[in-house]
Design a binder for this molecule. Structure first.
Ligand code: 13P
Ligand code: SF4
Length: 344
């Protein structure tokens, strides 16, 4: 029996006790086993709603499994097949750094600040945000969530992705000059407008694969396929978003191409497994990957072998791949997640 056949066999055996979730950035090899495939928002919503599964296997990266553990009941076990699959952007902010930043920005701007953290962050950062009455956010609900934040306090501290923060704030009509930047390494806060005009305080973090898409690549792609539309994920730099025809979350990028007319051409600036799947699912359109380097090595760490190993472990009562968030962190961070879910 092949590894794939064995995975399907265990899935059948465990039935509804098992829920396999896969992020859109996972390889097709993994997606074929998933009960649900989605972006960060959709997967968080599914994890929160499912009270039936005893075992939730998260094919994604560490912060996603942590989020699932926070949102599920105590008896539900969340497992991550590739224990070393982290997210370099989530690792750009920890709680201690966030507390130091909070001291600095509240001293500088006063108390009317609400912290908003991208779901791509550590549980301890979500807990920091929960303690300060803030919320989490994903690319799929960023505009609504930021509107909520700015309706609530004068300024938003947005972490750890400066690009999602800036792109969403620009959508709400906030000029780039009204955004401050906080560097957690040097603890330096920089801005060029008056204190009163600062609306966003952006954490100097980013997703390497989206942040490194260059202007030259966009120009080259446009020259190669002049009648194509360029669409990008909001984790890309604001300058790249300005050069494109549209931007949006993973679900947005999928829907945009799906809804388009046959024969249309699309150049997509995001992770490569997803773009390859969009290409396969839309054979009547021409789909191109904007940057051949858009590979998330961490997402690619999930394999048929480590997924099978996780499932065999469940059968043997071996939960060494379980991801758990301690009680206090979970209690504080669930506040920030629930605020976001109620706004979505
Ligand atoms: P979304 O799933 O929210 O689009 O985020 C993309 C991403 O980078 C996940 O790590
Ligand atoms: Fe993190 Fe970027 Fe990979 Fe998403 S694509 S998991 S943000 S490094």
């Amino acid at each position: 029996m092949t590894s794939s056949e064995r995975i399907f066999e265990i899935k059948k055996q465990l039935g509804e006790d098992l829920l396999i979730l896969a992020h859109h950035y996972q390889r097709d090899e993994i997606v074929q086993f998933a009960d649900a495939v989605g972006d960060s928002l959709k997967l968080a919503q599914i994890a929160e709603k499912n009270k039936r599964a005893k075992y939730i296997v998260f094919c994604g990266v560490h912060f996603m499994a942590e989020t699932a553990d926070i949102l599920t009941d105590d008896g539900q076990i969340v497992l991550l097949p590739a224990l070393d699959a982290g997210c370099p952007m989530a690792d750009m902010a920890d709680r201690q750094q966030a507390e130091i930043c909070w001291d600095i920005v509240t001293k500088e701007f006063g108390e009317s600040i609400v912290p908003i953290t991208y779901i791509n962050s550590k549980a301890e950062v979500k807990a920091f945000v929960g303690v300060h009455d803030g919320t989490t956010v994903t690319s799929g609900n960023a505009k609504k969530v930021l509107e909520w934040g700015l309706g609530f306090k004068d300024k938003v501290l947005f972490l750890p992705d400066q690009n999602l923060g800036m792109n969403t704030a620009v959508d709400l009509g906030i000029p780039v000059e009204h955004m401050a930047m906080y560097d957690p390494k040097t603890q330096k806060l920089t801005y060029s407008c008056s204190k009163e005009d600062v609306k966003m305080i952006l954490w100097d973090g980013y997703c390497c694969l989206h942040h490194s898409i260059t202007a030259e690549l966009v120009e080259k792609a446009r020259k190669a396929v002049p009648d194509a539309k360029v669409i990008v994920h909001p984790e890309c730099r604001h300058e790249r978003v300005k050069m494109s025809d549209g931007k949006g979350s993973t679900e947005f990028l999928i829907k945009e191409v799906k809804a388009a007319q046959s024969g249309t051409k699309w150049i997509i600036g995001t992770e490569s497994n997803l773009v390859e799947r969009i290409k396969k699912d839309n054979p009547d359109k021409s789909v191109y990957l904007l940057d051949p380097h858009s590979i998330c090595t961490n997402m690619n760490k999930t394999s048929t072998e480590n997924l099978l190993d996780t499932l065999e472990g469940i059968l043997k009562g071996d939960f060494s791949k379980q991801i758990t968030v301690d009680k206090q962190t979970a209690e504080d961070s669930v506040k920030s997640l629930n605020t976001m879910l109620s706004l979505s």
